[in-house]
Design a protein around this ligand. Structure first.
Ligand SMILES: [Zn+2]
Length: 393
């Protein structure tokens, strides 16, 4: 278009120079959408592009690296999912892995109750490992109807008498998919369950609860969704069918009404309530409910992409955050130590379908590390074994 302005009397060479000048000027003028988008939209690869699964660019960045195989201070895994600890071999193999990582105590959060709980407690005592494991009991929230609350609360009392020191992990089915006897969805703030949460408060034990899943799982599965690959890989992680599942915010509102009604109960929200992509929202929750804590399992990918903001957040709320890992894969724990303890830059996360980005170290101060690794857990879990927490790595 602009080339029409070239005078027709110009000779060939001048015409060529002017043409380049106009071309250069037109490239310098961004349109309303910005230069980056123009380039991306107008260029087509001249060879077939790889699929999302094939493209694995290897970083060429050379920066200092500090692997952290052992936590700097002894840690409590508040969100432990080891196998059932009902025989000496399993117990010993888990303890061996814990020793290498500097995990001092693991909370068995698999959710057992009654006989399956007492069998594990007895096996751990028989193995002489009662300083290395504590047990949470689960509450059976299936088929809640009139009278269920009282029944669940009395099972809870029995399990606590048998040695359980908390409830959990209450899994994400609660609120998302669990049904009542009448067929309706069991809402988290159902008054039938008030007696259960009151009993936990009276017994002084924490309630460890996983609500929802990443907010993206509740959004349309399109090419702008950050978790497209994970949702594509796992059909059971798609909660965007409004005929079957509540909205993410609806679920959180229900949960908050439950928290609000039980200010004397200690609540620990698994996965930092899936608010790690918006830590300010978690801060508001902490400010609103002083009896609420958060656990960091399986959200490292979000903390490690905002190391400065996350560091400030951890410092501000250092009394409210607990270390937990979720799935028991010993080789994954060192990623947590590295993000929390170092200032390393641009390193890989352990699971590519969680995140397409690299991680950065938060460089947390020692006093914050101690609280997150064990001091907060020791404060809120009654009867926590206290041996082994004095020394550094
Ligand atoms: Zn879990």
């Amino acid at each position: 278009m602009r080339l029409h302005l070239i005078p027709i009397y110009a000779n060939g060479a001048v015409k060529m120079r002017l043409a380049f000048l106009f071309l250069f000027l037109s490239l310098c003028i961004p349109n309303q959408q910005g230069q980056a988008q123009i380039n991306r939209r107008n260029r087509t690869p001249q060879i077939p592009p790889p699929t999302i699964l094939e493209y694995k660019p290897q970083s060429t960045l050379v920066v200092p690296e500090h692997e952290v195989p052992r936590a700097k201070f002894p840690a409590v895994d508040f969100h432990g999912h080891p196998p059932a600890l009902n025989n000496p071999n399993t117990i010993q193999s888990v303890v061996t892995a814990m020793d290498e990582l500097n995990l001092q105590v693991m909370v068995q959060a698999r959710g057992s109750s009654g006989a399956s709980l007492t069998r594990q407690i007895q096996a751990v005592r028989a193995a002489g490992m009662q300083d290395r494991f504590v047990f949470f009991t689960t509450v059976d929230l299936r088929s809640v109807g009139p009278g269920s609350g009282t029944r669940i609360a009395s099972q809870l009392e029995e399990d606590v008498t048998a040695g359980a020191v908390g409830i959990g992990e209450i899994n994400k089915g609660f609120g998302l998919s669990t049904r009542k006897t009448d067929g309706s969805r069991l809402q988290m703030d159902d008054p039938e369950l008030d007696v259960v949460w009151q009993t936990a408060g009276r017994l002084g034990i924490p309630v460890f609860i996983h609500t929802g899943d990443p907010a993206e799982f509740f959004e349309p599965l399109d090419f702008e969704n950050e978790r497209w690959l994970e949702m594509a890989l796992f059909p059971n992680r798609r909660f965007n069918d409004r005929a079957r599942f509540p909205e993410f915010d609806e679920l959180m509102d229900e949960r908050d009404r439950m928290l609000e009604r039980h200010p004397n109960t200690t609540w620990v929200l698994a996965h930092m309530s899936w608010y790690t992509q918006d830590l300010g929202r978690l801060g508001e929750l902490f400010d609103r409910f002083p009896n609420v804590y958060a656990e960091v399992g399986a959200v490292l990918y979000d903390l490690g992409r905002q190391p400065r903001f996350a560091r400030d957040f951890f410092i501000k709320y250092q009394d409210r955050i607990l270390f937990g890992k979720d799935s028991f894969q010993p080789d994954e724990y060192p990623y947590y130590w590295r993000v929390f303890e170092t200032e390393d830059e641009y390193f890989d996360y352990y699971r590519d379908y969680h995140a397409f980005w690299k991680l950065y170290g938060m460089g947390l101060p020692d006093e914050v590390l101690r609280k997150v690794y064990y001091e907060n857990a020791l404060r809120i879990i009654p009867d926590m074994p206290r041996n082994g927490f004095s020394g550094d790595n």
